[in-house]
Design a protein around this ligand. Structure first.
Ligand SMILES: *Cc1c(COP(=O)(O)O)cnc(C)c1O
Length: 400
């Protein structure tokens, strides 16, 4: 496609697609591994991965194959019936987590919405109707539905959408005494991200999650981990909670679960899961044969091909390279942090300009919270690709 056509497509897009995103001036048409191509044939190294979605790289041949195979067998039936790929997916998720039971939906927000409902229903059954409040964290992100917005601890996402469902309060992240003080006899759950993703890759202190678990146990409160972004190997273990020495009661996952095929899941221990009975919650598409097959293939590849080991190894290398960048550009870079392949450069300046220059030079990178460059590449990334990304960043930061 000619450049003229790329511009023409963007103009047409502006006309009909709602402006919910500030889009970059590029039409992406193809992907493979850690690379994507625009409609002019220009190649980009992708450190965004569809926002932590394409963890196996773009169009992993085995995922593509699994989707194609299922396409010819059965695309959709209702959850009124048993679905084989969904059952197998449920088995692999429970076998490899704290959970006994799974509920499938189609996105991160839906998984969190289901988690909120499950926590409330569990509490309602056990303690009656006055125990429904959920404590979440400032600077958190849990989704864009009304309830998940009420849970999200960032004002900018809520403006103009109020009133939001009541029953949520926020406390500072990584602060145990603030959390304990906020608990009332109405509190039914605490919900948080093991690492805050959209909030800027905020990693809590070593024993924080353990402390949260302790507080929840002390007051008989459910602990919900939103692992929509940190799950599926991103932090160097299948689930981020594995590195904390404790387990949640409820966990949500979505982004990387289906390698880009939309699917989300809510995981819970048996006693909690029992609070959902027939009719109490549902989803038409949730865990349908096609989505479940995509996720099943994703999980199998993730574990069979030692991709999480690569994530740990390359994550350590990326952090080392980012620290080098910081010592080379001390006036531009304030902080470096990361775990596995979720990492950040906190800038002293606005990141927008840097992201645009990277794009021009063939590097896709994301900026969150205005000044935080976020690295969430495919977990299959190589040392060489990390080096290529960092050399582009050196060029861009040098010109700054
Ligand atoms: C992306 C994200 C969500 C929302 O997921 P959607 O699929 O966009 O609804 C929720 N929680 C966290 C931690 C996320 O990163």
């Amino acid at each position: 496609m000619m450049e003229k056509n790329m511009n023409e497509l963007m103009v047409r897009g502006e006309k009909v697609i709602m402006g919910t995103y500030k889009r970059f001036p590029v039409v992406l048409v193809k992907g493979s591994g850690c690379r994507v191509w625009d409609s002019n044939g220009k190649e980009y190294l992708d450190m965004v991965a569809g926002i932590a979605v394409c963890s196996l790289g773009h169009c992993h041949p085995k995922v593509t194959e699994a989707i194609k195979r299922q396409l010819d067998i059965l695309i959709h039936v209702s959850n009124l019936y048993y679905i084989e790929p969904q059952i197998r997916l449920g088995e692999i998720l429970t076998k490899n987590s704290f959970a006994d039971k799974v509920f499938f939906c189609n996105s991160g927000a839906e998984a969190n919405e289901a988690a909120i409902k499950l926590a409330r229903r569990y509490s309602f059954n056990k303690y009656g109707e006055n125990r429904y409040e959920i404590i979440t964290m400032l600077n958190s992100f849990h989704g864009r539905t009304l309830a998940t917005l009420a849970a999200t601890g960032q004002k900018k996402f809520r403006e103009g959408f109020e009133p939001l469902p009541p029953g949520f309060s926020q406390v500072p992240y990584d602060d145990l005494s603030a959390l304990e003080k906020a608990i009332t006899n109405r509190t039914c759950a605490v919900m948080l991200e093991p690492i805050q993703g959209e909030g800027g890759v905020i990693i809590p202190h070593e024993d924080y999650l353990k402390g949260v678990r302790k507080i929840c146990d002390k007051y008989n409160i459910l602990l919900i981990f939103d692992e929509v972004q940190t799950g599926m190997g991103r932090t160097g273990t299948l689930w981020a909670y594995e590195q904390s020495g404790i387990e949640p009661d409820i966990l949500t996952v979505a982004k990387a679960l289906g390698s880009g095929f939309p699917i989300g899941a809510l995981l819970a221990k048996e006693e909690v899961a029992e609070a959902f009975s027939p009719g109490s919650h549902a989803s038409t598409f949730g865990g349908n044969p096609l989505a479940a097959s995509a996720a099943l293939a994703t999980l199998e590849i993730l574990m069979e091909e030692k991709i999480i080991d690569n994530c740990k190894e390359q994550g350590a290398y990326l952090l080392e390279k980012l620290r080098e960048l910081k010592s080379r550009f001390p006036s531009l870079i304030k902080d470096v942090r990361g775990k596995g392949l979720i990492a950040a450069l906190e800038l002293t300046v606005d990141g927008d300009d840097i992201v645009h220059h990277c794009l021009e030079k063939g590097l896709l990178i994301n900026c969150t919270n205005t000044n935080i460059l976020r690295f969430i590449p495919p977990l299959v990334i190589t040392k060489r690709e990390i080096e290529d990304a960092c050399s582009i960043l050196v060029e861009v930061l040098t010109e700054k």
